[in-house]
Design a protein around this ligand. Sequence first.
Ligand code: ADP
Ligand code: ASP
Ligand code: MG
Length: 412
Amino acid sequence: MPTLVMKFGGTSVANMDRIRRVAKRIGVEVAKGYDVIVILSAMSGKTNELVGWVEETAPIYDAREYDAVVSSGENVTAGLMALTLDAMDVPARSWQGWQVPVQTTSVHSAARINDISTENINAKFAEGMKVAVVAGFQGISEEGRITTLGRGGSDTTAVAFTAAFGAERCDIYTDVDGVYTTDPRITDKARKLDKIAFEEMLELASLGAKVLQTRSVELAMRFKVRLRVLSSFEEQTENSGTLVCDEEEIMEDNVVAGVACQRDEAKITLISVADRPGIAAAIFVPLSKAGVNVDMIVQNISEEGRTDMTFSCPVDHVARAESAIAEIKSSGEINFRDLIIDKDVAKVSVVGIGMRSHTGVAAQMFEVLHKEGINIKVITTSEIKISVLVDRKYMELAVQALHDAFELDKAG
Ligand code: ADP
Ligand code: ASP
Ligand code: MG
């Protein structure tokens, strides 16, 4: 039997009605002759609630127990979906990560999948099971503890299962009908793309477009998984949704493919650091050890042996960053005059493989922001993206203005 992987996000399984609706959708694929592996998220809002409970119990918690608690939302939807399918006479069984098993690293709350066993599930397919309903986002470490794959991790579970089982394709069902030129919640001019290149999707995802988890795109690219993003609320045709594919398959040639944004960023500046070889390592190694996810880094020109060092990180890493910096300062390893923390910034990025061969995109971006009176605080670039930090209150305006200026509402 050909195998198909279908993943449904939190809003698609938010209540019993939606679970029944999704079960019918799965039944359609079973009727076509597929063995189906369904990957589910927790009901929408559930994971946030579980995270909230953990944080309420202990501000600095043991990540092993965080995973034990936070993985549970997916267990509920998987079991309910198997029951619903069975009631519709579609033979189904639910699987938690450890039962498959999905072997992961031991990096709790951000584990990576090392291996997925196909044996147990295939044995059940051979016995006549039609649908394996798998709890997404979770696995088991070598030590035998439950792990989770980072927020949005069910996408990665789905792509990894597609590769492991050699499934025909991976369909990601969500609350939008595909990948858009920007988050459709920010501008109604956002345009659905029929296709997007893996590399562009990878950048958009890592720069804040949460429609796919970054790691899922990485895996799809590496294992050549046929990956589609679709709406779970609309009828599907052959050309529905967005196909994530190789750039050679794409006809459009917009220089900029999309605009992404990340709302909850912070900017930290160490003023007047004594400049010497090794200063960056002295700051950023301890930050990394403290689990601070440092993103942009800018070091100013040194004057009279002193310099300013600025970096950005997620707002919820600021406390950790502050205490790591205090520690290195008190140990005498670094010496600076002042620490300035700005918790009200957001990152806005434009992405497109066309930038490899077109110059002037950065200049145009800066001009657009200038016209809107938006001050740029930090800039970083790579071959196919330009990112800026701006005051958070201007994030939506910046996205809308850039979307207009690069005419992303029109196919190129
Ligand atoms: P799910 O619960 O199904 O995993 P997510 O909330 O994780 O869904 O991802 C879908 C959301 O991603 C959409 O509702 C949309 O607001 C957001 N999003 C951000 N950027 C984009 C984009 N470029 N295209 C489509 N959706 C986007
Ligand atoms: N439920 C998890 C989250 O909200 C995983 C997922 O939905 O992909 O992050
Ligand atoms: Mg998601």
